[in-house]
Structure formats: structure tokens, C-alpha cells
Ligand binder design. Structure first.
Ligand code: URP
Ligand code: ZN
Ligand code: ZN
Length: 465
């Protein structure tokens, strides 16, 4: 038994003074301060927040993409996540066009088995929606604990699904209770703009963003929402939403009671097309991701923070898809379209969103809700995870509001040769991390191990109706 004593427990319902008793892998009880047992190992949380371990519902460890592979393995990536207060990830297993869905899934189980430091689940990317893939969706939901499927309206020739394929997958999801996750960007139109830009000699990284205007995110978001409506209001979750006009589509759908949800990511809340993607020379490649960073001269960041407050944005995930500059991002020198798409932030999401609390953009409760509780409820992990309550897994973070976090490539644990957040300082710090009752990180000392993390079979979303 262990008792986390003296802290302020923050669930999505708000803060309360309480001590948390852990019995082996789960939470046994919450006590009024000082009322818990006295003869057990204690963790002193005086002056600190005690929150549910964070859940990153969107990661791509060692994902083959853009002619290379994301640089974090499941070992390095889940270790970095743990150090940053994330105790569960949901990664994307991939079915490529022409591949059997279950074979793609088996490949992800093989990559993760014995290598993860924290618990993990999978969503399934469907790269080729056909009769077999549709049947496989049923099997994954019924037998494999995989209850969400990502489709792409972008990346023609890679992961792209046309509207007919999307509709069929949505109809299937409506029947079996799965969630459709959508990469909502109009890929064929983007490809035209990319070709035209390259023909004009516009090859720098900033043109990655300029050729992916927010209208093409908003159009795809709107189309996905209409298609989900045709599929009898299939549950739809828009991933990595970056821009005001796309958010307007989601908000309008939600205002009419639709089963539509969206996530954003820290990079869209803080970083911009001009300041990062537009950095001199090839530097901007560090921030090439899709959807792209948006203009600081428009209201995207303020609108996204507001969307988080109003629940038009339900979740903050990282879309962690790291690539090194050397040999990876560098593949796009002279042609931005060859820069592998992705940013690595899995270690920093808890801190970066806590800065939103310090800046009075989010309440403490909403911080916890967007990084832990709603991801758990959205993706069938609740109440096992995402909440500090009796019976839940003892995935717990002790967070020190008096601490300070300085982000740098010199000190981060992700397998990247740069940091997208170099020099950022946050007014708070992860102090102690427990995964299923085991202290895996404490006071800057990492004590976890590869193989501790287990695959978690997920149920259906709590938000289904
Ligand atoms: O740039 C990104 N987002 N890379 C990862 C793949 C995806 O679309 O999520
Ligand atoms: Zn995507
Ligand atoms: Zn992604």
C-alpha cells in the first residue's frame, strides 16, 4: 500500500484536498486529509497537485512515413512520455493499401511487445477501405479492443480515402459503435497547390503551410461532418484541428447536437507559421507537420484556447511524430514537400497545457479534463484511467506548481536531435509519476522500465449515443 498525502487532488470535477491510497496497481480509496492509514509508505504531495496520469490519444512511434520512420521507438517514446507525466498513449497501428488489416495490427503488436514503459492502446489507420477492411473493423471492435479508426482525406497515394470509402467506413462504425477519426484536409487540392508552388521555385519549409490553407482544412472538416450525418450520425472525431474556420465547422455541428468531436495539439496553441515554420533557411523544417502551423496575424490560437474552454475542442493530444533534422527533415532541402511531416512533443504536453492554467486560459479542472479524463472517456478507457477514484488504475502524476520546466534538446528524453520547444520555460513541473502503482519517475530520477507497459483493450466511447 502507498499513500499520496497532503496534496490537492484534481479530477475533471475540480480540486479537493485529499489523500490517495494505492493498493498494488489500483486506487483503493480517497481520504479526507490525514484520515488515511498511518502505517503505509507515503509520498509527500504537500503544496502539489495530484492528477490522473495523462493520456496522449494521438502518437506515432516509429511510424514509417515520408520515406523514413518516426525517430522515437516505443521504448524511447514511452519513456519520454512517462517522464513528462503521460501514463497511457494510444498509438496508430497502420493498414497500408493492399494489406490485410489484421496483419497491420499484428505488426504493431510486434513492435510494442515488451518495449513500452507505460500502458498503450491502438487506433487503426485504414489505408484501404474495401470489403475486407470493413469486415475487419467489426473484428477489431469485437475481439481486439480497438474501437477507433483513422481515415485520411489528405495524402493521396499514401493513406487517402475517397468520399465513398469514407462513407462506407462511417456506416460500419455507426453499426459497430466505433469512432471514426478524421485527418481533415483536402489532399487532392493541396497537391495542386504544392505542385504550383514548386514550379514557381517556392521550395522553403514555409510553403508547406502556405499550400495547406485553412480553407482546405475547413472544407474537409465540413465534408466529413456531412458524410457522418449521412451515415446516421456516425461518431466523428477530427484530429489535429489547427484553424479557426475548421473549428467553426465543429462548433456549428456540436451546436445542433451532432456526434462530432475534435482535438487540437500544443503546437497549434502556441506556435505559428511566421515565427516557426517561416524561420530562416531550412530551420522551419523542424515545424513541418500536417495540419500546418497557422498565421499569427489571424485569430487561430485565441480561438483554439476558447474552443478548449467551451468544449468545442474536447481533447489535447500531441500527434507526436518526431523526426530528426539530420538525415530525416533534411530529405526536404530544396523541396518542402519531401520534408517528413511531424513534430515531437509527447514529453511536454502536460507542462505546456499547465502553462495555459498559469496564463488563466484554462481552469485546473479543464487542464485535467482535456489531457486525461476526456481522452479516457472518448476512447473507451474510463473509469479504468483518466480519473482518481477507487478502482481506477493507480496512474498518477504529482505536479509541482512551484517547479519550473526548461525545455531543451540537451535535457529532453525524446529521440530527436532538436526540440520544437527549445528554450521554452513553464511555471510548473512534473514531480512524481506512478504507473499502475509503481513509481516510475520521481524528482527527475527515472525508475521505470521497458516492458512495464501493457496493451490495453479499449471499450466503446462513452460519448456514443
Ligand atoms: O504531420 C503529421 N501530423 N504527421 C503524422 C501523421 C498524421 O497525419 O497525423
Ligand atoms: Zn493526421
Ligand atoms: Zn497523427
Amino acid at each position: 500500500m502507498k499513500l499520496i498525502k497532503g496534496g490537492t487532488v484534481v479530477n475533471a470535477t475540480g480540486p479537493v484536498q485529499a489523500d490517495v491510497l494505492i493498493d498494488d496497481e489500483t486506487i483503493a480509496a480517497l481520504f479526507a486529509p490525514g484520515r488515511g492509514p498511518g502505517d503505509v509508505e507515503t509520498i509527500d504531495a504537500t503544496g502539489k497537485y495530484v492528477i490522473p496520469g495523462a493520456i496522449d490519444a494521438h502518437t506515432h512511434m516509429q511510424m514509417p512515413f515520408g520515406g523514413t520512420q518516426a525517430s522515437d521507438t516505443f521504448d524511447t517514446g514511452t519513456r519520454a512520455a512517462a517522464i513528462g507525466g503521460t501514463t497511457t498513449i494510444i498509438d496508430f497501428a497502420i493498414q497500408r493499401y493492399g494489406e490485410v488489416v489484421q496483419d497491420g495490427l499484428a505488426a504493431w503488436h510486434a513492435k510494442t511487445e515488451g518495449r513500452c514503459h507505460i500502458d498503450y492502446g491502438f487506433h487503426m489507420i485504414l489505408g484501404g477501405v474495401d470489403d475486407d477492411a470493413l469486415k475487419a473493423m467489426d473484428q477489431l471492435v469485437a475481439d481486439e479492443g480497438i474501437t477507433s479508426f483513422k481515415l485520411f482525406m489528405a495524402y493521396p497515394g499514401v493513406f487517402y480515402s475517397d468520399d465513398g470509402q469514407i462513407l462506407r467506413a462511417m456506416q460500419k462504425a455507426r453499426d459497430n459503435g466505433a469512432m471514426i477519426m478524421m485527418h481533415a484536409e483536402n489532399g487532392p487540392a493541396i497537391d495542386v497547390l504544392v505542385k504550383q508552388a514548386l514550379e514557381r521555385g517556392e521550395t522553403d519549409p514555409v510553403h508547406h503551410g502556405i499550400t495547406r490553407p485553412q480553407e482546405l482544412e475547413a472544407e474537409a472538416t465540413s465534408r466529413a461532418i456531412w458524410l457522418a450525418g449521412v451515415a446516421a450520425d456516425c461518431p466523428l472525431y477530427i484530429v489535429h484541428l489547427s484553424a479557426s474556420k475548421a473549428l467553426e465547422q465543429v462548433a456549428a455541428a456540436r451546436d445542433t447536437g451532432r456526434n462530432v468531436f475534435a482535438e487540437t495539439c500544443p503546437q497549434y496553441l502556441y506556435l505559428t507559421l511566421e515565427d516557426q515554420l517561416g524561420a530562416p533557411g531550412f530551420e522551419g523544417a523542424k515545424w513541418v507537420c500536417s495540419t500546418p502551423l497557422r498565421s499569427k496575424h489571424e485569430s487561430h490560437r485565441a480561438d483554439l484556447w476558447q474552443g478548449l474552454r467551451t468544449n468545442d475542442l474536447s481533447v489535447v493530444s500531441t500527434d507526436h511524430c518526431p523526426f530528426c533534422m539530420k538525415d530525416q527533415k533534411e530529405m526536404g532541402i530544396g523541396d518542402f514537400s519531401k520534408i517528413p511531416n511531424g513534430i515531437g512533443s509527447v514529453e511536454h504536453r502536460v507542462d505546456l497545457l499547465y502553462q495555459g492554467v498559469v496564463d488563466k486560459k484554462l481552469s485546473l479542472a479543464r487542464w485535467v479534463e482535456t489531457i486525461a479524463t476526456t481522452p479516457a472517456r472518448m476512447f473507451g478507457l474510463y473509469p479504468r484511467k483518466g480519473v482518481l477514484a477507487p478502482g481506477a488504475d493507480a496512474d498518477i502524476v504529482v505536479y509541482d506548481p512551484a517547479g519550473r520546466t526548461r525545455i531543451s534538446v540537451q535535457t529532453h528524453h525524446m529521440n530527436m536531435d532538436y526540440s520544437a520547444w527549445e528554450g521554452w520555460e513553464i511555471d510548473g513541473a512534473v514531480d512524481t509519476v506512478l504507473s499502475r502503482g509503481e513509481v516510475i519517475s520521481s524528482g527527475g530520477q527515472y525508475r521505470g522500465r521497458a516492458g512495464h507497459g501493457r496493451f490495453v483493450r479499449r471499450g466503446l466511447s462513452d460519448y456514443l449515443r
